[in-house]
Design a protein around this ligand. Structure first.
Ligand SMILES: [Mn+2]
Length: 299
């Protein structure tokens, strides 16, 4: 499959793959969505909206697009279901790590992260996962599948240490695994009571390096209504960007996935927020590397 032209690429930029620090991988897959389907349309909506994102970050006073950004062809869904998707996603992400890229995987429902975790377990040791999510996603299986969006973090826990932020919905079954290490759990209500204090406590427990799995439903539906399962009482834009900036500056972030954008026809704000948040994350990570004197392409 050929790479998408600039008109379909993230930010409208299509730098040559070899020269790009960031590889954007769209995975328009939502076969495990249980409530409101539509996350399969997320990558396209995010990529389209991204063409309106300002490349100069007003907060960092820096243009991250100079690092080189390349958008890969989407991984098309396979009808065989979630289990069949995992090795396909894992192979694609693993090859990005091997080629020194910072992968940005765009879902799709959160189950696409299971493929990312499989790639991470092959590529990194002693890695920490920062989960931003409304839900614990710690079910052993859900609706007959252990590869559901509701089981995502059970897979992460097999290989990695996890810190969770934004949670506000979980089942009785998830109570025990969730609270095994209570200092690593930051429910949305407690987090939002004093975000600055919570962020310093996140940094006190979070190891290094870090992979970020960002389910957009961690945000409050008032700013991010376009998700498969919008839960009231989530994070604000200010809180999540402050957290991401702090983590990017204090840790080595190796990659991320951003999932569960389920576009609402006629409403562009959530699509734009998702596109902007993706760029914020990329900007924070590479600005921090640039400040640290790491060699950053074009830096
Ligand atoms: Mn989730």
């Amino acid at each position: 499959m050929t790479d998408p032209p600039a008109a379909l690429a993230y930010l409208g930029i299509q730098d040559p793959f070899e020269e790009a620090a960031v590889a954007v991988l769209p995975v328009p897959y939502d076969l495990t969505t249980t409530y409101q389907p539509g996350a399969r349309f997320g990558p396209r909506a995010l990529l389209t909206a991204s063409h309106n994102v300002e490349l100069y970050d007003e907060e960092l006073r820096w243009d991250a697009s100079r690092i080189g950004i390349h958008t890969l062809p989407p991984i098309e869904p396979v009808a065989a279901g979630p289990q069949a998707m995992i090795p396909i996603i894992a192979d694609a992400v693993e090859s990005l790590f091997h080629r020194g890229k910072f992968p940005v995987v765009l879902g799709g429902d959160h189950s696409v992260a299971i493929g990312c975790f499989a790639a991470l377990s092959e590529s990194w040791e002693d890695l920490w996962i920062l989960q931003l999510d409304a839900h614990a996603d710690l079910r052993g299986e859900y609706q007959g599948s252990p590869f559901s969006h509701a089981s995502v973090m059970s897979h992460a826990a097999e290989h990695f240490e996890c810190v969770r932020v934004g949670l506000r919905s979980w089942s009785a079954e998830e109570e025990e695994p969730l609270w095994r290490q209570p200092e690593r759990v930051f429910p949305a209500r407690a987090f939002m009571r004093n975000p600055d204090d919570a962020i310093s406590r996140v940094l006190a427990v979070l190891g290094d390096p870090v992979y970020i799995t960002l389910d957009l439903d961690c945000l409050d539906p008032s700013v991010m209504p376009a998700t498969g399962t919008p839960e009231p009482g989530g994070l604000t834009w200010d809180a999540i960007t402050t957290l991401l900036r702090a983590v990017a500056e204090e840790r080595h972030v190796v990659g991320c996935d951003l999932t569960e954008l389920s576009p609402i026809p006629g409403m562009i704000a959530p699509d734009f927020l998702a596109a902007r948040l993706t760029y914020k994350l990329i900007s924070y990570v590479f600005h921090a590397r640039h400040q640290a004197g790491d060699s950053v392409p074009g830096g």
